[in-house]
Design a protein around this ligand. Structure first.
Ligand code: CU
Length: 118
């Protein structure tokens, strides 16, 4: 094998390895820890994940509340001081609000958004 063809072979193998990595980029688990104080999320209000990811959102609140992840239609009851785990597979792409559902009409407010990127 000449030096030139060896270099070509190495370049080809490197390209294959990179391509293989991209194709094989399997979904990963994305974990978040969210603190709600006075009905509002402290810090970043938008969580970004990739489609196919396993999403685990640990939520704590200083007030009891019912959370509702739209689109995925998941409800999670938060009872302080214990954290509540919102876990799901991000198989729908889009931007989904997490609402607080509390007693009484009109109390249907987004506190958090989950963006699932394709
Ligand atoms: Cu809702």
């Amino acid at each position: 094998m000449t030096d030139r063809s060896r270099r070509r072979l190495i370049a080809w193998m490197a390209a294959m390895a990179l391509g293989g990595t991209a194709v094989g980029a399997e979904a990963s688990t994305q974990s978040f820890s969210i603190q709600i104080v006075g009905g509002r999320v402290k810090g970043e209000e938008t969580l970004k994940v990739r489609k196919g990811d396993q999403v685990r959102v640990s939520l704590t609140s200083d007030q009891p509340m019912m959370l509702h992840l739209h689109g995925y239609e998941i409800e999670a009851k938060v009872e302080p001081p214990a954290p509540t785990l919102l876990a799901f597979k991000a198989d729908l792409a889009g931007r989904f609000p997490v609402h607080v559902h509390t007693h009484g009409a009109g109390n249907h407010r987004a506190v958090l958004f989950i963006e699932v990127h394709p």
